[in-house]
Design a protein around this ligand. Structure first.
Ligand SMILES: Cc1ncc(COP(=O)(O)O)c(C=O)c1O
Length: 441
């Protein structure tokens, strides 16, 4: 019997309650899940509790976790400081009024995020909504309709920006139901080819270009785009939903040294509670202003509500998170980089020891800090990723999706040792079952 089959049997045996819950879930949700990333075979693991870097499933199994609230939790689960911040506002949700807390929250964003320094901030419910707001500001400001996004990038579920997420072919996979008129206004370009972008900019039809902070752009490309956007009057939008407060306190814009016109924030800026935000130039965010000008108010300004805008739970948790970042950045980022480096090195070392061809994926490519994963190259069977997932879970490590790692600052040396041991066992399976070509083939 193949080792994968044995791993599958072990997985089923270890998780009877998860299996039972999944059969119930299948009657409630399509394919039993509420997020594509939680769909795994033979069935997902149902979690009951989380603390620090660990999670416990409904069958009592313990895991070192690398989901970290889809990357929203920089300090792990159940952080006392964040819990206190959330508890402090529980009696006041949701007043639907202005609060001092939201000002403090925006002030810290202005302090940490370069493009917000002299600008404005606006809160909303999630990253997808924030992207839609940023694009509308760019369209209004430029009077143009077209937007540019990059192959493979994810900017949330809004139909204008979801077009490039799956592929190749980009723009065609998983895009049914999106009207042609919407598709015609989104242009998808490859990474790091400024000459292609410039040709499109030169048509004079482009409102904005959106970059995903955690995607494989070169610094040179970002710098060149900054110049080109200025030359052609195109709005530079940086999607920092993942990279924000993760790559550095000031996000990818600090890490690369390139300041966009608008940044889109999410995840960490809400400290683990649902949130989205945009920040950046006043010239753009002024379109939310009320003025003593009837024409402006009725025909120019964007009217914008939102039941969950600056909801106190996310504002309080986000504020506390950013205050900690501001205070402890000199310890946080070196530690986070070290953790990421250790996971990267571990993938390389385990693959080397097992003698199989595996490389490391993740973003940014030169120093992966988000979605770190082993890349099973050409010649690998699709069973490789499945076997990797089963083996990691059976050995107490819970990856993001089927095999990616989103670290947090609290991952300890002991957690990393356990991760390394699990990784080593997983690579052995891949080797023994010939699921990945060996180094010398
Ligand atoms: C880069 C990026 N942009 C935008 C989004 C959308 O954010 P949300 O899920 O809060 O709508 C995500 C979500 O994972 C993301 O990773």
């Amino acid at each position: 019997m193949s080792l994968v089959k044995l791993l599958e049997e072990e997985y089923v045996k270890k998780h009877p309650r998860s299996r039972e819950l999944y059969s119930r879930a299948l009657r409630c949700f399509a394919s039993g899940v509420t997020h594509d990333g939680r769909y795994v075979k033979p069935f997902p693991i149902y979690m009951a509790r989380a603390d620090g870097t660990k999670k416990w499933d409904v069958d009592g199994n313990e895991y070192i976790d690398y989901v970290m609230g889809h990357g929203a939790l920089l300090f792990g689960y159940n952080d006392k400081r964040l819990r206190r911040a959330i508890e402090s506002v529980l009696s006041n949700i949701h007043m639907g009024s202005c609060t001092e807390l939201e000002i403090e929250w925006a002030e810290v964003i202005k302090k940490l995020v370069p493009c917000a320094k002299d600008g404005f901030v606006r809160a909303c419910a999630c990253g997808s909504e924030a992207i839609a707001m940023a694009v509308r500001l760019a369209r209004l400001h430029t009077g143009r309709d077209k937007i540019i996004i990059h192959e493979g990038c994810y900017h949330g579920k809004w139909e204008s920006v979801i077009l490039a997420h799956n592929g190749p072919p980009y723009g065609l996979c998983n895009t049914r139901g999106i009207p042609r008129s919407v598709r015609e206004n989104t242009i998808i370009v490859p990474y790091n080819k400024p000459e292609i972008v410039e040709k499109i900019f030169a048509t004079g039809d482009v409102a904005c270009i959106i970059l995903q902070g955690n995607a494989p752009y070169t610094k040179e490309y970002m710098e060149e785009l900054r110049e080109l956007t200025e030359k052609y009057g195109v709005v530079f939008i940086l999607d920092e939903v993942v990279s924000g407060f993760r790559y550095a306190a000031g996000g990818a814009q600090e890490y690369y040294g390139v300041t966009p016109d608008l940044a889109v924030l999410g995840k960490i800026v809400g400290g683990g509670a649902p949130i989205g935000a945009i920040c950046g130039s006043r010239e753009l965010l002024q379109y939310y202003e009320f003025r003593d000008d009837e024409y402006w108010n009725r025909f120019v300004r964007i009217s914008l509500g939102g039941t969950w805008n600056a909801q106190p739970i996310c504002i309080s948790a986000g504020l506390e998170t950013m205050k900690i970042i501001d205070r402890e950045r000199d310890e946080i980022y070196p530690r986070l980089y070290k953790i990421c480096e250790r996971i990267v090195n571990c993938i390389v070392k385990c693959a080397e020891e097992a003698g199989i061809k595996v490389s490391v994926g993740g973003a940014p490519p030169e120093r992966p800090m988000a979605f770190i994963h082993p890349k099973f190259g050409e010649g690998s069977s699709s069973l490789a990723a499945y076997a990797f997932y089963l083996s990691m879970v059976n050995n107490g490590v819970y990856p993001y999706g089927t095999g990616r790692f989103m670290p947090c600052v609290k991952h300890s040396d002991e957690d990393l040792e356990r991760t390394e041991n699990a990784m080593w066992k997983a690579m052995e399976v891949l080797k023994k079952d010939n699921l990945v070509p060996s180094c010398d083939s």
